[in-house]
Structures are given as structure tokens and as C-alpha cells.
Design a protein around this ligand. Structure first.
Ligand code: ZN
Length: 313
């Protein structure tokens, strides 16, 4: 655990080991929040969690708890955490819908050491339980072995120095670096799960083919779900574009797969990621790293990957 002292401009002045008393206080607080989260009843009816866990383990990723709730239960969980003064940006979003009416279906919450998944009843109805199992695969794939707690005081704030392939530029700055690669691997693993465990090599659409996304990119059918609101439409998650991008990169450099997995536990593997990407095209890693979490940026990233591999756009 480290204490960051921040300057007026929010930049880090110094990094020191946390004083023992503060360390105990914070660990107790975090353990209390974890207990509350893990006591939340998980709705696993119809969902094969042990199959998901086996798949995650087979990839060499850590198997962490997944708590499945329904959208209407999210406020209660937030309230129970708020009683002890615990708050988190991702937990705040659970079960809410964005301006396009898209449900926020959960996330891996590093400080809780668990994934919280909000079950999407409508999407499950048309796609079956694999829809939710893939969401669990995705979120568990965000877990890693880095567990440094960094905080600054007055007021007490927590910062994530690293989350998988994401590096916060300076902790108070929400602009993280590396989100394209961080989102790509879980989205690629969802398709791996569909192919290996779901017996659906072409996804729920059941046949090989392509879908053109809103950004004009062609995605193989297995990256697409049936849309409960539009019988002929398709549900495409934001990270799906990057999932396909990672698939293309892994085809070109098969060792990239184990390197991306290894990067979640070792700095050596982490350093190998830019080397491999630069061996495809110098500058590719830097280009991908600076893009942010949006369909527009993920589309830019996919096009960049295709161009770097000499593919037609
Ligand atoms: Zn994700």
C-alpha cells in the first residue's frame, strides 16, 4: 500500500509506503466492503458459473467471485456500501441505463476483488443464458494479480496505479491509457467461450457471416448478439470491435495471446506487449494505447490494426 502526496495541480509529488496505522485502517475498511458485497445473494439460476470459472482458469487468469444481481437490486447494494462510507464510480453505474437506453451490465470492481454482473432479462430472453455467461467471462477477465492500493489523503481518495493493461496517467486524471488493449482481451475471450463452451462457433446467430456496425466496421457474427428490441437488428457491445482487433493481432502473432494473459501478473510480459505490437508495425502500440473507451475510438483502433496487418478496410 502506498501513499501519494499530490500537488495543487493533482500531480504526484511523492510516493511513500503507507504508515502502518493508515494501512490497518484502510485494509479493515476494504475488508468490510468486500464482506458486504460477498454477502449479497447472487442470482445464478440458469447460469453455469462453474463452467465459466473453469474456462477462466484454463486461460491462466485468476478466478474471482462473480455476484449476479438484477437491475432493481443495484440501489440496495449501493446503500449497504454507503452505510460504511464506501463508494466507487463503477458501483454507482450498476443497473443504470445510458442516454441510448443501454443497461450498464456490470464490471470487475478491483477494490472488492469481485465482478458484479447485472442480469439483462430482455437480452437473456432472446440470446439464452450464454449472454450472461459471456458477460461474466468478460468481467472476470479484467481481474489481475496487481493489488497495490494507492491512496492520497485530505480528503481520502483511492487511485488505481494499474488495472491490467490500463495505466492511469496521473491518478486523479480520469484519462487512462491502454483501454483499447484492456477491453480487447475480455471481448475476444467471450467469443472463445462461445466457441469452446457454448458450441456456437458462429455465435447466437448460428451461421457464419458478417454484420456491419454503426461505425461501418464489419464484424464476424460471433461478436454479435440478437437485439431484444429489434428482431432484425444486432446487439454489439462497445468492446466487441476491439475483441475482433485482438483476434486479428493474435492470428498474426500467436504468442501475443499468452503475453496478454501473462501481462496481468508479470511486468516482463507487460513489457513484451509493446515489443510484439511494434514488430507488426512500429508505433502500433503507441497509437492504440492513447485511444479512449468509445465506439468511435475502438473503430479507429480496429482500422489501424487492419491497416497495420495490410488488410483491406
Ligand atoms: Zn470490459
Amino acid at each position: 500500500m502506498v501513499h501519494l502526496s499530490l500537488g495543487e495541480d493533482g500531480r504526484i509529488n511523492s510516493i511513500r509506503p503507507a504508515p502502518n496505522e493508515m494501512r490497518q485502517r484502510i485494509l479493515h475498511f476494504e475488508a468490510e466492503a468486500q464482506r458486504i458485497a460477498l454477502e449479497t445473494p447472487s442470482h445464478e439460476e440458469g447460469i453455469n458459473i462453474s463452467r465459466v470459472n473453469r474456462f477462466i482458469e484454463r486461460q491462466g487468469l485468476p478466478v474471482r467471485p462473480a455476484i449476479l444481481i438484477y437491475p432493481e437490486e443495484a440501489p440496495l447494494l449501493r446503500e449497504r456500501l454507503a452505510v460504511i462510507g464506501w463508494q466507487d464510480r463503477m458501483v454507482d453505474k450498476l443497473g443504470t441505463t445510458d442516454s441510448d437506453g443501454v443497461l450498464w451490465e456490470g464490471g470487475y470492481i478491483d477494490r472488492l476483488g469481485a465482478a458484479i454482473i447485472v442480469r439483462n432479462r430482455a437480452a437473456e430472453e432472446v440470446n439464452g443464458p450464454l449472454y450472461t455467461e459471456c458477460t461474466v467471462v468478460h468481467e472476470l477477465a479484467h481481474a489481475d494479480f496487481y493489488d497495490t492500493i494507492a491512496y492520497s489523503s485530505d480528503p481520502l481518495r483511492y487511485h488505481l496505479p494499474r488495472r491490467g493493461l490500463v495505466i492511469a496517467s496521473t491518478p486523479p486524471d480520469p484519462q487512462a491509457l491502454g483501454v483499447t488493449l484492456e477491453e480487447g482481451l475480455p471481448a475476444f475471450l467471450e467469443v472463445g467461450y462461445l466457441r469452446e463452451e457454448g458450441g456456437l462457433p458462429h455465435g447466437v446467430l448460428g451461421k457464419p457471416g458478417w454484420r456491419i456496425t454503426g461505425s461501418g466496421d464489419a464484424l464476424p457474427n460471433e461478436y454479435v448478439w440478437k437485439d431484444p428490441n429489434h428482431p432484425d437488428g444486432a446487439l454489439v457491445s462497445t468492446p466487441a470491435l476491439m475483441g475482433y482487433g485482438i483476434e486479428l493481432l493474435v492470428r498474426a502473432r500467436p504468442e501475443l495471446y499468452s503475453t496478454l494473459i501473462g501481462a496481468r501478473r508479470s511486468v516482463q510480459h507487460l513489457r513484451q506487449v509493446p515489443r510484439l505490437l511494434h514488430s507488426i508495425r512500429p508505433g502500433l502500440y503507441d497509437d492504440l494505447r492513447k485511444l479512449s473507451y468509445s465506439k468511435e475510438d475502438f473503430s479507429i483502433a480496429l482500422r489501424n490494426i487492419k491497416a497495420s496487418l495490410g488488410m483491406r478496410l
